[in-house]
Design a protein around this ligand. Structure first.
Ligand code: HEC
Length: 113
C-alpha cells in the first residue's frame, strides 16, 4: 500500500514537472535530397496534382509537370508566406524547408507534361 502511494506520488510529481516543461519541438525527419528522396517528397503531391505532377484527366487542379522551376518555387514560397491565396497550399507548403521546395520545383520542372 505504501509502495503504491509512493509510486502514485512520484507519478503525479512527474506529471506536474511535465506540465511545466514547454512542449518539445516536433521531431521532423532530416531532409533527404538524394534523387530518390526528392522523388519520395514529390509523391506527397501526387494525390492532388497527379503522379509526377501530371493531373488526372478532368482534374481541376494545376499540373506541376514541366512548369518553370522558378514559377513553382515562387508559388510555394508565396503560399508559405501566406501571400498567395489558397485553400490548403498554405498548410502544405509550410511542411517543407526552402531547400526541399527548391528540390521539388526542380524535380517537377523536369517532368514531361
Ligand atoms: C490535398 C491536395 C494537395 C496536395 C497534397 C498538394 N497540393 Fe498543391 N495545390 C492544391 C490546390 C487545391 C491548389 C490551388 C491553391 C489552393 O487552393 O490551395 C494547389 C496549388 C499548387 C501550386 C500553384 C499552381 C499554380 O500554378 O497556381 C503549386 C506550385 C503546388 N500546388 C505545388 C504543390 C506541391 C509541390 C505539393 C507537394 C509538396 C502539393 N502542391 C501538394 C492541392 C494540393
Amino acid at each position: 500500500m505504501i509502495r503504491i502511494s509512493i509510486a502514485a506520488g512520484l507519478l503525479s510529481a512527474a506529471a506536474l514537472a511535465g506540465a511545466q516543461q514547454p512542449a518539445p519541438p516536433p521531431a521532423f525527419a532530416a531532409s533527404n535530397l538524394s534523387p530518390m528522396g526528392v522523388r519520395a517528397l514529390a509523391s506527397n503531391c501526387a494525390a492532388c496534382h497527379g503522379t509526377n505532377g501530371r493531373p488526372a484527366p478532368g482534374s481541376t487542379l494545376e499540373g506541376l509537370a514541366g512548369k518553370p522551376k522558378n514559377e513553382l518555387a515562387m508559388a510555394m514560397n508565396q503560399f508559405r508566406a501566406g501571400k498567395k491565396p489558397a485553400t490548403l497550399m498554405h498548410q502544405i507548403s509550410k511542411g517543407y524547408t526552402e531547400a526541399e521546395i527548391d528540390a521539388l520545383a526542380d524535380y517537377f520542372s523536369r517532368q514531361p507534361r
